[in-house]
Design a protein around this ligand. Structure first.
Ligand SMILES: [Ca+2]
Ligand SMILES: [Ca+2]
Ligand SMILES: [Ca+2]
Length: 857
């Protein structure tokens, strides 16, 4: 009987579906004339002009879980507007809600369809999603071979998420009812018992329930059979019809600021076969061609340098023959300065490229580039363009990242003094968000949970979150020290008083800020060395709801040491019963300690003549830590990076810095033993150290290095064959500006040592790329540096859609198979927009290096 009902329903829904589909097609043909039909292309996605539909071209990678870059995705008139089309276990999933794995993906070109088998292993649940091109849209069908597991009833549904910023100031219609998309997250919400929640990864919650054992979920803003998003917008209109169950529209930002608008249909219980059936169409503009992007440096150019704009073109676009450079005169008039032929470069990923070389223009002034009917914003050509490009990073970004101090700029308080209750010994085997794990032992003299003194000073927040990451700390210190030793920048815009835990931005105190930032970094390093005799991997928030904190860092904990003898939330004698103090993650990772030793050794040299007692202390501690680490034969309790670097290679940088600081031959021996090994194994990782060593190891050493530099030069030149920008563009799931900055710095050192082999152009190409000569847009990737730059970054201001000046973002994220993306209307993609302190330190060095290059060439 039941089965018969089901059969009837299927027949009925088929009929209804056909009717609705028929109607929709008629409507679209009427509304848009001849539509653009979707077809499966050779790259395995559905394509037509103005619309691409990806079906698991990108998968959940298991590293950061839900990154809003997987499942069924729409690229609509050149912009990715929808993601996460998949069977999910929550209406508005957050980053740590469990994601399905793809166990099979079949691309069927004959039938114009893609079938994906998903798996939730824990629930023994394997839904199949089939997407079939159907005229100007796709049918999306979900199939179950077995009925939904009991645990997932009312939880499992098919979701598709739409980018809120793409639909801000736009409307929608549910079954014809007109509504406006909310700009700020708008309820209604529902409270549910925690025991009913499908547990996220690690069982950690982003929600601070204050001991109530609940969680919250949004209720749908609208419900019906047919949803049209942005009916008024011919570039972003999407029409979805559900053939059977209801469509529900949710605002995911009610639980997490980085949530999206989610369209969802619940999967019915006790049903197999086709359980969800959607018809989705998206508007396409006939003969649509993406507007060309004129990539150039927003900072401008130094007169003598190579100046090439790279023009990114839709593959249906016909390239113009020339482009023109206009000079802007003080009365506002434009004077034609140079018209040059465009050189077609060819195709890279999904677009075609042409290069416009205007290196011959050398006169100081303000310019714009005209290509077709498009003029760029103005930019300078002048000897001084690079002079201040690193100032905001040192004046603003680094101070804002400072931990354990109050930070103010003019009237604005960035944050109070945070984490004064640092830190407690993390227990063995503790597993936390962000891939943080304790090993099987603490590797220290502390008991799990014991308070560790001396960790409540110095250091910087790693990035958009507020933990302390040792690798970043060391890199920032090392590059600041190298900046001081090489360039001696006296820049003073910041007042730092460690005793008062007070920092004033735009408040000079007579001391160079580079050195003050280093002091702040080193304070925490010395605290770690004193407590543990070595560096530790990180200091972490115990709760996920602390990790996702957005706002003043000083409110993440209560700043009172936790006392387990007190009742929850009780405060007594300066102690608190709230368990919120950070964990010291102490697993022995020798490679990290060698990094710390290298940074203390170079910092010690930099402090000489400024703070001699600190200089001596840094060097002494570095040498003692080296001796202890050399005697430690365990290679750490997990030994995980030892095999990656080779156990010996972990020591290269520390040995080099200690040798330069002490001239003790024992360090030189180890450096010389490991550097050649490194250059053979991973030259890109070892080249900088090899170059840094030249002044200390004589002519023979330099001669032995020369063949590697020649090979490096060949590789540099081959980059212009790989992409039109001539820089190493990364294609990992964290965008590649860090690699480009590093490559530019290595080229700077190489040019200094071997000017006859390596010219200055590679370093300049690297920084021009960072400043806007790159794919997708021409914004500078350094916030507030250049005429137009990143307006939003994934930092503490991300919920305000704002930036922190001087932050350097990762840049262009690769979405397989061919889409590079860096959004500037949505700050929440960490892989595209998260500014980190390690890159800030490197960038401060690079800014100084480029200034040196253009002034001395
Ligand atoms: Ca972090
Ligand atoms: Ca200062
Ligand atoms: Ca506390």
């Amino acid at each position: 009987m039941k089965n018969l009902d089901l059969f009837d329903r299927i027949i009925f829904s088929k009929k209804t579906a056909l009717l609705i589909v028929g109607f929709s097609i008629l409507f679209f043909c009427y509304a848009f004339g001849q539509g653009n039909k979707l077809k499966l292309n050779d790259l395995g996605y559905f394509e037509t002009r103005g619309l691409n539909v990806f079906v698991f071209s990108n998968q959940y990678n298991g590293y950061f879980f839900d990154e809003k870059t997987a499942g069924i995705e729409l690229i609509h008139h050149g912009v990715r507007t929808a993601t996460n089309g998949a069977v999910r276990l929550r209406a508005t999933p957050e980053q740590w809600d469990i994601v399905p794995m793809v166990v099979d993906r079949k691309v069927d070109k004959v039938n114009n369809s893609i079938e994906v088998k998903l798996q939730y292993k824990k629930y023994n649940f394997d839904p199949r999603v089939v997407v079939t091109a159907n005229d100007q849209g796709v049918m999306i069908d979900v199939y179950l071979d077995k009925p939904l597991p009991k645990d997932l009833e009312g939880h499992a549904g098919f979701n598709l998420e739409f980018l809120p910023s793409a639909y801000f100031e736009k409307t929608y219609m549910m079954d014809g009812r007109p509504r406006i998309f909310p700009k700020y997250p708008a309820g209604p919400m529902e409270v549910k018992p925690l025991k009913d929640r499908i547990p996220p990864y690690f069982g950690l919650s982003t929600f601070d329930d204050r001991g109530r054992n609940i969680y919250v979920d949004p209720l749908p803003m609208a419900k019906g059979k047919n949803l049209v998003l942005a009916p008024e917008d011919s570039e972003q209109r999407v029409d979805i019809t559900s053939m059977d169950g209801d469509l529900m529209l949710y605002d995911g930002r009610n639980v997490a600021q980085n949530g999206w608008f989610v369209v969802r249909s619940l999967i019915p219980s006790n049903k197999t076969g086709k359980v969800v059936e959607w018809y989705l169409t998206a508007s396409t503009i006939k003969s649509w061609t993406r507007k060309p992007v004129i990539g150039f440096s927003q900072v401008g150019y130094s007169p003598a340098q190579e100046k090439v704009a790279v023009i990114e073109l839709d593959k249906n676009d016909t390239p113009a023959k020339t482009a023109t450079l206009y000079k802007i005169l003080p009365d506002g008039s434009y004077k034609k300065e140079y018209t040059g032929e465009l050189k077609l470069w060819g195709s890279f990923l999904r677009y075609n490229y042409a290069r416009f070389d205007f290196s011959s223009v050398k006169s100081s002034g303000l310019y714009v580039i005209q290509y077709g009917d498009q003029k760029t914003n103005a930019f300078p050509i002048d000897k001084q363009v690079y002079d201040n490009v690193w100032h905001q990073t040192l004046d603003v970004f680094m101070p804002v990242q400072m931990d354990h101090v109050f930070v103010k700029d003019g009237y604005r308080v960035w944050h109070g003094a945070p984490f004064l209750d640092d830190a407690r010994q993390a227990p063995p085997n503790l597993e936390l968000m962000d891939n943080k794990r304790m090993g099987p032992r603490t590797d220290t003299r502390y008991e799990p949970g014991e308070r560790i003194n001396g960790l409540d000073v110095g250091g910087w927040f790693d990035a958009g979150d507020f933990d302390i990451e040792e690798g970043s700390q060391c890199q920032a210190i090392s590059y600041l020290a190298a900046t001081w030793l090489q360039f001696k920048p006296e820049l003073d815009e910041t007042y730092v008083n460690e005793e008062h835990r007070y920092v004033g931005i735009h408040d000079p105190d007579g001391k160079p800020d580079v050195l003050q930032q280093m002091e702040h970094g080193v304070l925490l390093q010395l605290g770690m060395q004193k407590a543990f005799g070595r560096a530790i991997p990180s200091i972490e928030m115990p709760h996920l709801y602390q990790y996702v904190h957005l706002g003043d860092a000083s409110t993440i904990t209560d700043n009172l040491p936790y006392d387990p003898k007190l009742k929850p939330y009780e405060v007594k004698d300066g102690h608190s019963g709230k368990f919120d103090d950070r964990w010291a993650m102490t697993t022995n990772e020798p490679w990290l300690n060698y990094n710390a030793i290298a940074s203390l050794a170079i910092a010690g040299r930099a402090f000489k003549g400024y703070n001699d007692s600190l200089a001596t202390e840094c060097l002494e501690v570095a040498e003692q830590s080296w001796d202890r680490q050399q005697k430690d034969t365990t290679k750490g309790s997990r030994g995980r990076f030892a095999s990656f670097f080779g156990a010996d290679m972990m020591t290269t940088s520390a040995a080099l810095q200690l040798f330069i600081a002490t001239k003790d031959q024992k360090y030189a021996d180890i450096f010389l033993k490991t550097i050649w090994q490194g250059l053979k194994g991973s030259p890109e990782r070892s080249m900088e150290n090899a170059l840094l060593a030249i002044p200390y190891f004589g002519k023979e050493y330099k001669a032995k290095l020369e063949p590697y530099i020649k090979k490096f030069k060949t590789e540099n030149d081959s980059l212009l064959m790989k992409n039109p920008y001539g820089v190493p563009i990364g294609t990992r799931h964290w965008a590649g500006d860090g690699e480009i900055v590093n490559w530019a710095i290595t080229n700077y050192y190489a040019h200094k040592a071997f000017p006859e082999i390596i010219g200055p152009e590679y370093t300049l190409r690297g920084i021009d790329y960072l400043f806007g000569c790159h794919p997708y847009s021409n914004l500078s990737f350094v916030a507030d540096v250049g005429t137009r730059s990143k307006k939003v970054i994934y930092g503490r201001t991300r919920a305000d859609f704002s930036n922190v000046a001087g932050g350097v973002v990762p840049g262009l994220l690769m979405l397989e198979p061919d889409f590079l993306e860096n959004k500037d209307d949505w700050p929440f993609f960490w892989g595209e927009n998260e500014a980190v302190i390690s890159l800030a330190g490197e960038y401060i060095f690079l800014g100084n290096a480029v200034k040196d290059l253009v002034n001395n060439n």
